[in-house]
Design a protein around this ligand. Structure first.
Ligand SMILES: NC(=O)N[C@@H](CC(=O)O)C(=O)O
Ligand SMILES: [Zn+2]
Ligand SMILES: [Zn+2]
Length: 346
């Protein structure tokens, strides 16, 4: 059995830099046409000039002949100026501005401490330039239970923000709860949308503790209980245009995951398309996979859909146990397991 799909894009991707970039970028470039590239490097990509330079280094790291197009983002800080948004739009290569609440996730220490107090002029400028805000939607108050941080963020930050700036276009990244699904569905279509990862469609929080502690299933926002997973599957397989593919593929060297204080992030780029196909097949909704993977994202961002195609073939394959690179190994999601669907370039 085989499916032909318009080439998909990845609307939330971490490509890192240096050696890690060299070793991971080909996994995304092989089957995805474009990707929204996250700016949480060390130091973060806070200016258009650094975004342009980062884009150049990604293009250099691509396999010869690749047409993969990295769509860049700026990392919002308390000090980002409205002028920077103008420069970002003029550059033609920046497609979004990323909100990391300070301390919420990997390399978010330079993020925003007070969006209403510090960022309203920048957000107004983004509305002028039709530049979307991409949101890591978790509060950082250590008193709030880890599993409630997305829900509380919606109640205390995102809901009020959307109400205050109804013309701001927002992507709630990597949603993990039924609360987020309900919130996105309650907003104006075309203004608020969400990306969805393979892990939040396939795993619930039991996967963190299956037979022992499983660091390679640890990401942020953390996996939630089964009812939330089911709500997200229903949302993406319903055919709604508000949800689209964003892997949040986030490689960390193995030693940085398997240690006493392991990093958050799951490396899914090599398996993501196989995993999304699995989700849609299990839900009896393979006919909705193409819109989720290849239409809803570009339609939201106001970009053309890709013209080339890929094939997904039922052709069981074993996910490698690890990928080696110059200074270590990366363990992919579903390492060592067998997946049914295998993507091919047409
Ligand atoms: N998702 C993660 O667990 N980690 C991401 C950061 C992020 O997207 O929050 C990373 O950069 O490693
Ligand atoms: Zn995030
Ligand atoms: Zn991410």
């Amino acid at each position: 059995m085989e499916l032909q799909l318009t080439r998909p894009d990845d609307w939330h991707l971490h490509l890192r830099d240096g050696q890690l970039l060299q070793s991971v970028v080909h996994h995304s470039a092989k089957h995805f046409g474009r990707a929204i590239v996250m700016p949480n490097l060390k130091p973060p990509v806070t200016t258009t000039a650094t975004a342009v330079a980062y884009r150049e280094s990604i293009l250099k790291a691509l396999p010869a002949g690749s047409a993969f197009n990295p769509l860049m983002t700026l990392y919002l800080t308390d000090n980002t100026s409205p002028e920077e948004i103008k420069l970002a739009r003029q550059s033609g290569v920046v497609y979004g501005v990323k909100l990391y609440p300070a301390g919420a996730t990997t390399n978010s220490q330079d993020g925003v401490t007070d969006i209403f107090g510090r960022c309203l002029p920048v957000l107004e400028e983004m509305i002028e330039h039709n530049m979307p805000l991409l949101v890591h939607g978790e509060v950082t108050d250590p008193v709030v239970d880890t599993f409630d941080r997305e829900k509380v963020f919606i109640e205390t930050v995102l809901g009020p923000l959307v109400e205050r700036l109804p013309n701001l276009r927002v992507v709630m990244e990597h949603i993990t709860t039924s609360d987020a699904v309900r919130f996105v569905e309650s907003c104006r279509e075309g203004f608020v949308a969400a990306t969805v990862t393979p892990q939040h469609l396939l795993l619930n929080r039991n996967a963190l503790f299956q037979g022992g502690l499983r660091p390679h299933n640890y990401c942020l926002p953390v996996l939630k209980r089964e009812t939330h997973r089911q709500a997200i599957v229903s949302a993406v397989t319903s055919g709604s245009k508000r949800f689209f593919l964003g892997t949040d593929s986030a490689p960390h060297e193995r030693q940085k995951k398997e240690c006493s204080c392991g990093c958050a992030g799951i490396y899914s780029a090599p398996v993501a398309l196989s995993l999304y196909a699995k989700v849609f097949e299990e839900a009896g909704a393979l006919d909705k996979l193409e819109a989720f993977s290849s239409f809803n994202g570009p339609d939201f961002y106001g970009l053309p859909r890709n013209s080339s195609k890929i094939i997904l073939r039922k052709n069981p394959w074993r996910v490698p146990d690890s990928y080696s690179f110059a200074s270590g190994e990366i363990i992919p999601m579903f390492a060592g397991e067998t997946l049914d669907w295998l993507p091919f370039n047409n």
